[in-house]
Design a protein around this ligand. Structure first.
Ligand code: ZN
Length: 277
């Protein structure tokens, strides 16, 4: 059976808000056994340095935070795209991390965990949608690879390595760790690079664009990408097609007016957009 054709499609996502630190920590440990994200960061000099003074671990969720999260989830529930409702079949776990983790940025871990360090600062319906799309991208890697290919993106697996200046300052992202490098129109390879090479910080990153055949890089968005994507997308969206598509799908009203959006919409269909009630 193809995607979205299940006869017994659930009509809602099974969200599980994990208030207890111990339970959350066990989920994170299971995730670590699958993606080795914390270990990968630890094994890399710049990524270790960028996370100094921060702790990656679960924390207890106070009752008011659980209530707040419930409200966000309930507000989102009726608007969730049909594709997410029918294709995210297992539970989606919502886990609170130490507030210092990952510069406060929400992210996902395998297979269906949404982690957020600071719910009040960063959790909204559009953030929830963005993270749910990352969960979907984890579960349907082959399908997304094809969507990206049709949008001009191909995974970059080359005999040549990235120049050391780029590779040694590349910020790891848990949502893209398994396949970090993708090339647009066989030309431009975006790379998230720590802004300060001496004193890197996980939340201070620029995106550089490496020209794979001419082997130079630029620090501003190349015109080929500018022509496709909406000018109000944040620079950080350009680091990876998973980020670009998560942005486009979680705020369609904002980003609708660009060629990439039209291409994406024709690939993923109406069932991928929030339900307007
Ligand atoms: Zn993201």
């Amino acid at each position: 059976m193809g995607l979205g054709q299940s006869l017994f499609a659930p009509t809602s996502i099974d969200f599980r808000i994990i208030g207890e630190k111990g339970v959350a920590q066990r989920l994170l440990e299971e995730a670590e056994q699958k993606d080795f994200y914390v270990e990968e960061c630890r094994d890399d000099h710049a990524n270790t340095l960028a996370r100094r003074g921060s702790t990656y671990g679960a924390r207890e969720m106070p009752a008011e935070e659980v209530s707040f999260l419930k409200v966000i989830v309930e507000n989102a529930r009726d608007h969730l795209p049909l594709r997410l409702r029918t294709e995210l079949t297992g539970p989606v776990w919502l886990v609170a991390l130490d507030r210092s983790a990952e510069g406060g940025m929400p992210h996902t871990r395998p297979d269906q965990i949404i982690c957020y360090p600071d719910v009040y600062r960063t959790f909204s319906v559009s953030t929830l949608l963005h993270e749910l799309w990352h969960v979907h991208q984890r579960l349907y890697i082959g399908w997304w690879t094809e969507v990206f290919r049709r949008m001009g993106w191909e995974r970059w697996v080359s005999e040549d390595d990235l120049p050391l200046t780029l590779e040694s300052h590349r910020r790891f992202n848990p949502d893209t760790l398994d396949a970090p490098l993708w090339c647009f129109q066989q030309t431009w390879l975006p790379i998230p690079v720590f802004r300060d090479v001496v004193s890197p910080k996980v939340d201070e990153v620029d995106v550089w664009f490496y020209h794979i055949s001419l082997k130079y890089h630029v620090k501003s968005i190349p015109r080929e990408l500018k022509a496709e994507y909406h000018p109000s997308l944040p620079l950080s969206a350009y680091e990876h097609p998973r980020e670009l598509t998560a942005y486009l799908l979680s705020e369609p009203e904002r980003y609708r007016d660009c060629p990439a959006f039209q291409k994406l919409a024709s690939e993923v269909g109406d069932i991928s957009f929030p339900v307007v009630t």
